[in-house]
Design a protein. Structure first.
Length: 130
């Protein structure tokens, strides 16, 4: 949704510039301290490798979301296949999953970008058989 912003307290979607107060779940502030530190550090390593490789900070904003979706799917499948080390980076595939998911979420939440979810294909009517 273009033009949408989000409440910094409760992350509710705000459309049309309305105040967040009627929508805010008081006392429900984000708690980044509850996230596992080791997982975040590993995701940071994955992001640092990407930044070094792409020679851009923050280059992730200029890369099409389709590449992040493909990378997310690839690393989820690697994890499900039992891989514990990514051949290219030497990191756990889940570190790449966290990184790709975070970038996709940030891109979706950005007010400057359209939603990154592709539109559903139009429904086609089934032809009646004679």
């Amino acid at each position: 949704m273009k033009g949408s912003t989000f409440c910094v307290v409760c992350d509710a979607r705000l459309d049309g510039g309305r105040s967040h107060r009627p929508h805010c779940r008081r006392g429900r502030k984000p708690r980044p301290d509850l996230l596992p530190a080791r997982a975040l550090l590993e995701a940071g390593r994955a992001m640092a490798q990407r930044t070094d490789r792409d020679d851009a900070v923050p280059g992730w904003r200029s890369i099409p979301v389709e590449k992040y979706r493909a990378s997310l799917a690839r690393h989820v499948l690697a994890y499900l296949a039992g891989e514990t080390v990514d051949a290219d980076s030497g990191l756990d595939p889940l570190a790449h999953v966290i990184t790709n998911a975070a970038i996709l979420l940030e891109r979706r939440r950005s007010t400057k970008e359209a939603p990154d979810v592709p539109a559903s294909p139009p429904a086609t009517a089934k032809a009646k058989e004679p």
